[in-house]
Design a protein around this ligand. Structure first.
Ligand SMILES: NC(=O)c1ccc[n+]([C@@H]2O[C@H](COP(=O)([O-])OP(=O)(O)OC[C@H]3O[C@@H](n4cnc5c(N)ncnc54)[C@H](O)[C@@H]3O)[C@@H](O)[C@H]2O)c1
Length: 337
């Protein structure tokens, strides 16, 4: 079984390539290296003993996408991670996001539409729920107007896939991630944020290693037990495994609808201060942090109802927050050594 993983050298993609190869799939990766490096292939090889096939191409190049599918006509499934993902950048440069996240998706679907049967997995996000009215958030929770062009690309992406699946042989699973963190326990692959990290955990580990002076905590006056925002932090290896399970569901034709949606989280909400505590516990370091004003666009509370993923996909997270923080810290130490 040959699986195409777009964005397969990125953070979540690389961990998914590892899990796919561990399960015996042949993997071909497409990446343009806009937010990753070819060295990731070595990390994947160090863990699995095998380098995936790699095609360096930009998915905005329609002709290149067409050529890829001619060359790899035997692809049985596609896991589509490739996208731009910086929320703030998307506000300043919306067309970059609409072009990269939407046109690439359209070009891939145009090729899959030509096949009698095709299996497609899409990286979506819990951002589609905005500030949900009730917790935990299940898949039936209302999708709210997007708060950024990035968020909008995920909503539009879901709609495009749903429309195309109705009139083609494409079966799809939309995976709405909560907050992926951590790294492979081997520390051979992990997250490589460019510039100032936008996400909490790389900001914490970069502060812990001395790359940043202090962590800024955006607001401690939210209506939560300690006043800081609450999120559902999921270990990236658990998240990667969910992709393999979802893919197997499509390949074995176990899906009940042409398009299915699953939340991927732990079901547990952790506050910013709890994440800091977990870091301090696993690293033995005191973290320098400062409380500042709230940041625009941050919701107070978001954690997943995992019942559907647990019962229907038969998948469950294995790692604790501390294990995830431990892996993130090990990775940070390795890349700075
Ligand atoms: N990390 C998160 O917090 C998070 C949360 C929810 C959803 N997601 C989604 O999951 C997916 C993967 O996220 P990630 O954190 O691994 O991001 P990442 O930036 O680490 O990985 C994305 C990869 O795609 C590649 N890429 C981007 N545009 C491309 C193009 N036009 N052609 C070919 N390759 C291209 C990049 O070089 C990178 O290697 C994205 O779709 C993202 O929006 C991520």
């Amino acid at each position: 079984m040959k699986i195409l993983v777009t964005g397969g050298l990125g953070f979540i993609g690389s961990h998914t390539v590892v899990e796919l190869q561990n399960e015996g799939f042949e993997v071909v990766v497409i990446d343009n290296l806009s937010n990753s490096s070819e060295d990731v292939l070595k990390g994947i090889e160090a863990i699995t003993g095998k380098k995936p096939l790699f095609e360096k191409l930009d998915l905005r190049d329609k002709a290149a996408v067409q050529d890829f599918f001619k060359k790899h006509a035997d692809v049985n499934g596609v896991i589509h991670f490739a996208a731009s993902k910086a929320v703030g950048e998307s506000v300043g440069n919306p067309l970059l996001y609409y072009e990269n996240n939407i046109s690439a998706l359209v070009y891939i679907l145009q090729e899959l539409e030509k096949k009698e049967n095709a299996n497609f997995i899409f990286s979506s996000s819990c951002t589609v729920y905005g500030q949900a009215k009730t917790m935990p958030i299940n898949e039936g929770s209302e999708v709210q107007p997007a708060m950024s062009p990035y968020g909008n690309t995920k909503q539009i992406g879901e709609e495009i896939i749903t429309d195309v699946a109705k009139v083609s042989g494409i079966n799809a699973i939309l995976l709405r991630y909560f907050n992926p963190i951590g790294a492979h326990p081997s520390a051979e692959i992990g997250e490589l944020p460019l510039g100032i990290p936008q996400n909490l955990v790389p900001f914490i580990t970069q502060t812990g290693i001395g790359l940043r002076k202090e962590l800024l905590v955006y607001g401690n006056d939210y209506p939560t037990p300690d006043g800081t925002c609450i999120r559902d932090y999921i270990h990236v290896v658990d998240l990667a495994k969910a992709h393999v399970v979802a893919l197997q569901r499509l390949l074995n034709k176990k899906n009940q609808d042409k398009v299915e949606t699953f939340n991927l989280g732990t079901g547990v909400g952790s506050s910013v201060l709890e994440v800091i505590n977990a870091f301090e516990k696993v690293s033995g370091k005191k973290l320098a942090y400062r409380i500042v004003d709230r940041r625009e666009g941050d919701v107070t509370l978001a954690y997943a109802d995992t019942t559907k993923a647990n019962d229907v996909l038969g998948w469950k997270t294995q790692s604790t927050l501390e294990q995830a923080m431990e892996s993130a810290w090990k990775w940070e130490q390795k890349i700075r050594s």
